[in-house]
Design a binder for this molecule. Structure first.
Ligand code: FEO
Ligand code: CA
Ligand code: CA
Ligand code: CA
Length: 667
């Protein structure tokens, strides 16, 4: 079975590692095959005791000539590069690094004030009421929406994906010893949750909308900005589109099936052509607890989504997160949420026409005929790539006319054929196997059960689809596939060509005649990621890529105003790769295609998120997520105290604004 869902009861989860694994690693592979991580570990430990020429000789027997290419050699080939910056060294330390000649300034940290009446951040005495007026935790997606067309003044929209209780709450987590396989191991154990802590977590989730402005070359938040707003796991929202009002989304507290409270696990997202903020609800399953009987009509689809996942303990204090008590509440999460940022009291809308799964992102583009196309990956091993095409065309002259166009259209799932064709298969009730006899009595059933519908259509099982970015300049679309160590040798296909794919790859889709709405496209592999100097990895970076220039685990990406691709990563770490996550500039065209250069890297334990340019590409906004989350990190002993480096201040996720010294385009 490819899709083994999480247990239907909350397991006795005590340690943080167990919780994370429960969230991320729903598929289980019981084999003892070495993973690519093991192979890399072996290589790194080998390297550590080999010295001088012996090491070079030993390595070069297993490696392509590229392995010995130095940074200087590659820079000599720099004429190939369309990126004009000197790459930084990959590595791991307590702080962030950006290419020489650039400033990376902290713009907003967890706990920063967003309103003139926000309280001061007091990490030792946190409350939900204070958190609701402060910048949230674990910034992921960042979008910039200019005000009055000004590239130096606008609204920054930021997702707050999840919370790390162990490094967020004082005196909560402790390091404990535990026996595993006959060996004593140290682990971080969470304390006992209270309702107060859960309420702070809920208030730290969601998103932030904040006015920002460049003053004397430096970006600043505007504290009394009239559009400033926090969205949380309790903000009132509306279900709209085909699922709104359906029996399967009615709950004891909402007999209308239209009124939902909150949005959770907002990973990547997007900004539409009409200036709304779209947030993707990703691992929502982890917030649900309780048990659901195997013969319950919602059991099968919840299981396919790994719900209840039991990562958080919200269900102990709120019945709606307990599937035993309110089995349909989970059907109200896993959607794309659209927010009208120009009206701070607007009710955000969950656009159900775009399907329900672990939405990673929601980047959109206007097609040739004016219809809007929104791409979204379903981030799980062996899950799928989607696009949604609106029925109505975007109206550039009337913002109001666009406000509900995401409610009607066609959702497609991708089949990557071996001959390089992508077939976009419509998820439309009544077509093909999507019939009442197969459990799809209405379009609402197709959308609530999107994964099951896509299974029935025979969509291509991918290696964790994350951010998907259309390039409006070229008609191409970039699909980040993070990794999939569960793929076995007999499960590889042309679009997922590596077994035990530890480092992920990037697929480039070429939409037919540049028409993003087309239902048949072409695809190609742009990059197989990982260290190209380790032959077993099978990476495909160009030979001009230096030892700093390769990366693994592509997650988010952005296209700049010149149509160039920038990729951020999730999962590089000291243990496996000797480097942190960061942002790499990737060539996609001409002879340089497949060459990559390191521009920015995060402090230890962090993941790189949110890269987003302002409209003139002279500012690059980046999000440092879960810094300090490495090893046995607790509030009292994080792996770094970035970005404040003060003993009385916890490590804090933060958004940075990167600008070029003296001004000018990034890269
Ligand atoms: Fe939230 Fe798929 O990363
Ligand atoms: Ca992501
Ligand atoms: Ca993106
Ligand atoms: Ca991620």
């Amino acid at each position: 079975m490819d899709h083994v869902a999480a247990p239907t009861t909350i397991p006795e989860i005590e340690t943080l590692t167990d919780r994370r694994e429960a969230l991320e690693d729903i598929g289980q592979n019981c084999s003892t095959n070495p993973t690519m991580g093991d192979i890399i570990n072996r290589r790194f430990s080998r390297r550590s005791f080999m010295a001088g020429s012996l090491a070079v000789a030993a390595i070069s027997t297993t490696v392509s000539p590229l392995a010995i290419l130095t940074a200087d050699d590659a820079r000599a080939n720099g004429s190939l590069s369309s990126f004009d910056f000197t790459e930084i060294e990959a590595g791991v330390d307590e702080t962030h690094h950006v290419a020489e000649g650039y400033d990376a300034d902290i713009l907003l940290r967890w706990g920063d004030k967003l309103f003139s009446d926000s309280p001061d951040f007091d990490p030792m005495n946190q409350t939900a009421a204070a958190q609701e007026k402060l910048f949230g935790y674990n910034n992921d997606y960042i979008g910039f929406i200019p005000l009055d067309g000004d590239p130096d003044h606008g609204l920054l929209v930021v997702n707050h994906e999840y919370t790390n209780a162990e490094i967020m709450f004082p005196k909560f987590a402790t390091v404990v010893k535990e026996m595993k396989d006959g060996k004593e191991e140290e682990k971080v154990k969470l304390g006992d949750y209270t309702k107060e802590l859960v309420d702070i977590e809920m208030a730290a989730h969601g998103g932030t909308i904040v006015e920002i402005r460049k003053v004397d070359g430096k970006w600043q938040p505007v504290l009394d900005g009239k559009y400033n707003r926090r969205l949380t796991a309790t903000t009132e929202m509306q279900l709209s589109g085909p699922v709104a009002g359906h029996e399967r989304v009615k709950t004891p507290s909402d007999p209308t099936g239209k009124k939902v409270f909150g949005t959770i696990n907002n990973c990547a997202g997007g900004v539409t052509a009409w200036g709304t903020y779209v947030m993707a609800e990703e691992n929502f399953n982890g917030y649900f607890g309780g048990e659901i009987a195997e013969d319950h009509p919602e059991f099968k689809q919840l299981k396919r989504l790994g719900a209840p996942g039991g990562t958080y303990e919200w269900s102990k204090f709120y019945d709606r997160f307990d599937v035993s008590k309110e089995p349909t509440e989970a059907n109200r999460f896993g959607w794309i949420v659209e927010v009208d940022v120009i009206n701070p009291t607007s009710v955000p809308k969950k656009r159900t026409a775009l399907g329900r799964f672990k939405h990673e992102g929601a980047e959109s583009v206007v097609s040739k005929d004016g219809r809007v196309v929104l791409y979204s990956g379903d981030d799980e091993r062996f899950d799928y790539v989607y696009k949604f095409v609106t029925k109505a065309a975007f109206n550039p002259d009337d913002r109001a006319a666009n406000m509900d166009i995401l409610d009607e259209g066609t959702l497609y799932v991708a089949k990557f054929d071996a001959d390089g064709t992508v077939e976009w298969m419509p998820l439309t009730q009544g077509e093909g196997p999507l019939t009442e006899a197969n459990g799809f009595a209405s379009q609402a059933d197709v959308l609530i059960n999107t994964r099951l519908a896509s299974d029935a259509l025979g969509a291509t099982k991918m290696d964790r689809p994350e951010d998907i970015q259309p390039n409006p300049k070229t008609g191409k679309v970039y699909v980040m596939l993070t990794n999939n160590t569960k793929r076995k040798a007999d499960q590889i296909d042309n679009a997922n060509p590596r077994a035990e794919n530890a480092f992920g790859h990037i697929i480039e889709i070429t939409e037919t005649d540049g028409d993003f709405a087309s239902t048949k496209s072409k695809w190609d592999v742009l990059l197989k990621c990982g260290d190209p100097s380790v032959a077993e990895v099978g990476a495909s970076f160009s030979t001009a890529t230096t030892k700093n220039g390769w990366f693994g685990m592509p997650d988010n990406c952005a296209i700049d105003t010149d149509g160039r691709l920038w990729v951020s990563t999730d999962g590089n770490n000291e243990k496996d790769t000797g480097r942190t996550d960061g942002i790499w500039a990737v060539e996609t065209e001409g002879d340089a295609r497949g060459t990559s250069k390191l521009f920015f890297r995060v402090p230890v334990g962090a993941e790189m998120c949110g890269p987003s340019f302002n409209p003139t590409s002279d500012t690059f906004f980046v999000a440092v997520q879960h810094p300090g989350d490495a090893g046995l990190a607790t509030f009292e002993a994080p792996a770094t105290r970035w970005p404040d480096f003060k003993d009385d201040m916890p490590v804090r996720p933060a958004v940075l604004a990167i600008t070029k010294q003296g001004g000018g385009k990034i890269g």
